[in-house]
Design a protein around this ligand. Structure first.
Ligand code: ZN
Length: 310
């Protein structure tokens, strides 16, 4: 069972976009999606009239498209219907390129927009909308003035929230990582503000999104496997114990202590209450990530081995 937010993110990641003159992916579809997300967040009608889409999206392409890209909103308006995200109010009269001419010359009364379940999700959940915006910005808008772009699609709140956690609006690698941490945390906290390892229900500020498999060792697909690659861990000890390999989650989903704790009695005291706890986030879809941690991070030796200390 795939959740609607996963459907949206997966579709965004798999958007079939043409390369621009310099080889980078065109922004026609991403811009159309951002514009439609703005509409959903403002509670506007799901389907938009073609003449309006044409005017707005053409403006966005001119302002935020790649250098040399033509302002051709009819391409994304049609192309997006091949994704699970988008639909049109009627089938274009003909396939091929002639329907593009029809669309552009006659301004027919056709409307386009997100499919109902997607529009509902984005209207209902600001977290979901922000996640999709994050993904789009990350994948398609390197080097763009984000505040200006988000302002142009009516997502000024999102721009402000992003400034809060980035301190700047440039989208450099470190900033992208912090953005990802914030978005992961939001996603995870939706399931309840509870540490996955000790089970404590805590103020959100004491919980972080911890990568089950070390982030730098994840490939691109794994990094985006948001529902499975991360868990909430508390900053009161669980996050550090896991990150430094003093505990692992065994293949039956239980917390196991490192034998190395024998040489650190005080640390052992703190970790011992976790021993044998079942970890709710352990499931078939995340077991591979826990197994990676058990093999590569967990301290298997009884003695403190400096070679593992990195
Ligand atoms: Zn904890």
């Amino acid at each position: 069972m795939v959740s609607p937010i996963e459907t949206v993110l997966a579709s965004v990641i798999r958007l079939n976009v043409q390369p621009s003159r310099d080889g980078s992916p065109k922004r026609h579809q991403p811009l159309t999606l951002l514009w439609a997300i703005g509409r959903a967040v403002r509670g506007e009608e799901r389907m938009a009239e073609w003449p309006e889409v044409k005017r707005k999206v053409a403006g966005l392409i001119r302002q935020f498209g790649r250098a040399g890209d033509a302002a051709t909103p009819h391409y994304p308006f049609f192309a997006l219907r091949n994704t699970p995200l988008w639909e049109l109010s009627e089938t274009p009269p003909e396939e091929g390129t002639r329907h593009l001419t029809w669309l552009n010359s006659a301004d027919p009364a056709i409307r386009g927009g997100f499919r109902p379940a997607i529009h509902d999700l984005l209207t209902r959940s600001r977290d979901a909308a922000d996640l999709v915006v994050d993904q789009l910005l990350h994948d398609y808008f390197d080097g763009v003035d984000e505040a200006a772009l988000l302002g142009a699609v009516g997502l000024t709140d999102t721009a402000a929230a992003r400034r809060d956690f980035t301190g700047a609006l440039t989208y450099e690698a470190t900033v992208a990582r912090r953005g990802e941490q914030a978005m992961l945390r939001r996603l995870l906290i939706r399931g309840g503000a509870r540490c996955a390892l000790c089970g404590a229900e805590l103020p959100e500020r004491l919980l972080v999104a911890a990568h089950i498999k070390r982030r730098t060792d994840c490939d691109e697909r794994e990094r985006r496997d948001l529902d499975n690659v991360a868990m909430l861990a508390c900053t009161l000890g669980c996050d550090s114990l896991y990150e430094h390999g003093y505990i692992k989650i065994s293949d039956d989903g239980l917390v196991e202590l490192s034998p190395e704790l024998a040489s650190h009695p005080d640390l052992h005291d703190r970790a011992s209450r976790l021993a044998g706890r079942p970890v709710a986030v352990w499931q078939d879809s995340s077991r591979g990530y826990f197994a990676w941690h058990a093999t590569n991070v967990f301290r298997r030796q009884a003695r403190d081995e400096s070679c593992q200390d990195r």
